[in-house]
Design a protein around this ligand. Structure first.
Ligand code: HEC
Ligand code: HEC
Length: 475
């Protein structure tokens, strides 16, 4: 008699507590659903709309061929895809990239004396929007198509020299992305090759690099047909210019690498079940207590300003040349260091030392390693650093970074760590201490609620079987 009674009571208690748990959950969901819309709105975070350009299928097709074809590199040995591969979330999974001359893909890529890029290769998601005013970790390509249409870029040919020919080029650029994709082919380490290697590497100006590459492309009948299909309004091949190459590559990038169906986007469009309870709590922290949205605001989760997070610095170091405006081209001062001073290399303004562009955050969980030099191989470590840079800098261990040559200079750059820390942005100091449980929720939000996994599916990100030049495209 007694046993069934105990069982009954136990079952009842269980059912009750399950019900209580469900009620508590429902209540938490309800509370957060009431609160989050106003918080998102305060930081102008909105669902991302679909594409803003009407790119023809033919233009995207041409762009795809160009993106995967090594013909755009001086020595015909590297393509955009090598460092921005669809199977690697449009990046290359490494802290730094191995440039022209290397072999293999992703973590299997080997150097063979090829140069290493000075920064981490970013993923290419959502870069085609017209309201993206700057690109590169230091924002050295800037363009505001919706405002003054003023272009700033390290390619001086685009801004000052050859004003007559170049004004035609600039006039046809419609987004920062189109201006940016002209640059990699002119970079010796990335794609151009070493002087003496080939005619592109030996060209006397970037403008000549572009001319020679266009000629190279048009010597392939298949490219001639692709260009004709993509630019039907041009009556002769002589009307094509390198910005048309850039337009096609940009069209491919913005049509292909799109992430606008993240749980956060679906939630913002009104699907209250799109985010889990933990993710909603994470969003609340992101927008509130952790103060991430001080910088990661707006529909791209970036204010596109520059800030220092005092990231531990290893790798080859980077001293950029200052851009030129109105014909005054300034060569970068040699700082004789192995450090990376970020935005300072572009502006030479002392207040810009260690500042980097605030990156947009959609797909961030899928595009590690993180930060301008890929210093962190886990998002947790990146978050811990932002929340406590002193401890992180003092105890930094380059965990998971296989390529030991990249670790070079880590000890040397410590000389600058005091200055690095002093530059740490005061807005990032506003975040209050988080409990471990809160950190888990915040990580869940940035890692999963900002991830559009469908956008990485095989059907979506296909790798073509062949390219018009016939060059192997496996790496
Ligand atoms: C050797 C590797 C490599 C190759 C090849 C390469 N890139 Fe990159 N890409 C990088 C690195 C590294 C950066 C970041 C550089 C920096 O910010 O200083 C970058 C930055 C970019 C950016 C800016 C992204 C952002 O969020 O700021 C775009 C767009 C881009 N590359 C497109 C291309 C295209 C298109 C090609 C081919 C024409 C190409 N890349 C070839 C490594 C490469
Ligand atoms: C002061 C402005 C600012 C604040 C506040 C801020 N960030 Fe950032 N965030 C940046 C900048 C700048 C970078 C790039 C730094 C670098 O690479 O040197 C960055 C990089 C990141 C990255 C790596 C992105 C990538 O693609 O590698 C993540 C993740 C990130 N932030 C998340 C957060 C979170 C979570 C918070 C809140 C706890 C936060 N950020 C607060 C400015 C900020």
């Amino acid at each position: 008699m007694r046993r069934p009674k105990v069982l009954l009571i136990l079952t009842l208690a269980l059912a009750l507590s399950a019900a209580a748990y469900q009620i508590a959950q429902a209540w938490s969901h309800h509370r957060l659903d009431q609160e989050l819309p106003a918080l998102f709105a305060r930081f102008r975070i909105e669902a991302l709309s679909g594409p803003e350009f009407k790119d023809s299928r033919e233009l995207v097709q041409l762009g795809e061929a160009l993106f995967f074809d090594k013909i755009l590199s001086g020595n015909r040995n590297i393509s955009c895809a090598t460092c921005h591969h669809p199977t690697l979330s449009s990046a290359d999974a490494g802290s730094f990239s191995i440039g022209q001359g290397g072999k293999g893909l992703g973590r299997d890529r080997r150097q063979y004396q090829a140069a290493t890029t000075l920064r981490n290769a970013p993923a290419l998601f959502n870069l085609g929007y017209k309201d993206i005013p700057n690109l590169f970790w230091d924002g050295r390509v800037e363009f505001r198509p919706l405002e003054d249409k003023k272009l700033r870029t390290p390619a001086r040919e685009l801004t000052s020299r050859h004003p007559e020919e170049m004004s035609k080029l600039i006039a046809s650029i419609e987004s920062t992305l189109e201006a940016q994709v002209m640059i990699p082919v002119t970079d010796f380490a990335e794609m151009r090759g070493k002087p003496g290697d080939n005619e592109i590497a030996d060209a006397y100006s970037k403008a000549q690099v572009w001319d020679l590459l266009l000629k190279r492309l048009l010597s392939h009948p298949q490219y001639v047909s692709l260009f004709q299909a993509a630019f039907p309004e041009k009556t002769g091949l002589d009307q094509l210019q390198y910005t048309d190459v850039a337009k096609a590559i940009a069209a491919y990038i913005r049509e292909t690498f799109q992430a606008s169906q993240t749980p956060m986007d679906r939630y913002l469009r009104g699907d209250l079940e799109a985010m889990t309870l933990a993710q909603k709590r994470g969003a609340e922290l992101f927008l509130g207590k952790a103060r991430c949205a001080e910088c990661h605001s707006g529909r791209h989760l970036s204010n596109f300003e520059y800030a220092s997070l005092a990231i531990p610095q290893f790798g080859p170091g980077n001293v950029m040349t200052a851009w030129d405006e109105g014909g005054t081209y300034t060569r970068g001062v040699s700082l004789n260091t192995t450090d990376d001073f970020g935005r300072y290399g572009v502006t030479h303004a002392p207040r810009d030392r260690f500042l980097f562009r605030v990156p947009p955050l959609r797909q961030v969980g899928l595009t590690g390693p993180w930060m301008h030099n890929g210093a962190f191989t886990s998002l947790k470590a990146a978050l811990d650093h932002i929340l406590d840079p002193e401890t992180s800098l003092a105890n930094y261990e380059p965990e998971g970074i296989e390529r030991k040559e990249f670790l070079k200079n880590l000890a040397k750059n410590k000389e600058y760590d005091a200055e690095r820390l002093a530059s740490f942005d005061p807005r990032a100091r506003l975040s209050q201490a988080l409990t471990e449980a809160e950190k888990r929720d915040l990580l869940d939000f940035i890692e999963n609620a900002l991830a559009d996994r469908e956008a990485l599916s095989k059907e979506h990100l296909r790798v073509p079987a062949a390219v018009p030049s016939g060059i192997d495209l496996r790496d």
